[in-house]
Design a protein around this ligand. Structure first.
Ligand SMILES: [Zn+2]
Ligand SMILES: [Zn+2]
Length: 257
């Protein structure tokens, strides 16, 4: 199994260590056809991208495409900001963006303290001190569902990170709305039995490196053993072995804007 494209990579514009060109050069070495630069959304307290830099980032992606022959596209890994499913993707940035990723993260500036309490503090406590309650899982699941329904998200990043969920319900919503469920090469965020429930839906997957340094671009990491162990069918993984995903949601949305 080999990646054709890597749609989730970070650079010095958030907290990655490489430049856009550094990432593109490694993508070329590793035989990728496409690479997405997806730094963190502006709601990330320390690392969030700034709108005034987005046109410059776009021009660097075009330069990197010309220099390497790898199609380098620009996106963002937006933060899901609360129970409403609102994200920090800015409309002003959309013109320069080609792909829309979103996930739940730590260190986010929430609109209200209550959102911080419900989405961060409650999950933190459940991870470190108590077992996750039914109501917590239900609310987290609804957060993802609202985000998927209300935003043209192409790829839901590392589902289960920072939030206990009903993985089947989240994956089913992804399937219904055409959002791709990410297999993160860096870390495991769902248990194997949760992955088995995800496979009961017909959701599609991509494997992303979530690279924070250039040498990780295009690397399969823990995704390879997960896929084998859980039996994720390779025909549902859209960015491997010469394949590229078609009809991504955000491009469709932009065409109608
Ligand atoms: Zn992330
Ligand atoms: Zn990331």
């Amino acid at each position: 199994m080999k990646l054709t494209a890597d749609y989730h990579t970070h650079t010095i514009f958030s907290h990655g260590t490489g430049t856009i060109l550094d990432n593109a050069m490694v993508a070329k070495q590793n035989g990728l056809m496409e690479l997405a630069i997806t730094d963190h959304g502006h709601g990330h307290t320390v690392y969030g991208i700034r709108s005034k830099k987005v046109p410059y980032m776009k021009s660097l992606c075009e330069d990197a495409t010309n220099q390497t022959g790898v199609k380098v596209i620009l996106g963002v890994e937006a933060n899901i900001l609360g129970v409403s499913g609102k994200t920090d993707m800015k409309e002003i940035d959309m013109e320069n963006m080609d792909i829309y990723l979103a996930g739940i993260h730590k260190l986010i500036t929430y609109d209200k303290l209550k959102e911080w309490y419900l989405l961060f503090a409650k999950n933190f406590n459940a991870r470190h001190f108590f077992k996750p309650s039914e109501s917590l899982i239900k609310r987290n699941t609804q957060v993802y569902i609202n985000a998927i329904k209300n935003n043209p998200i192409d790829i839901l990043t590392h589902p289960g990170f920072c939030a206990f969920i009903n993985a089947y319900d989240v994956a089913k919503c992804c399937e219904d709305y055409g959002t791709i469920f990410e297999i993160d090469a860096r870390k495991k965020h769902l248990e194997d039995d949760e992955w088995e429930s995800v496979l009961k839906t017909n959701v599609n997957f991509v494997i992303d490196s979530d690279a924070h340094s250039p040498e990780k671009i295009g690397v399969l990491g823990q995704a390879e053993s997960l896929i084998e162990r859980v039996g994720i069918p390779t025909d549902r993984i859209l960015n491997i072995d010469g394949k590229l995903p078609k009809n991504m949601r955000f491009q469709e949305y932009k065409r109608k804007m």
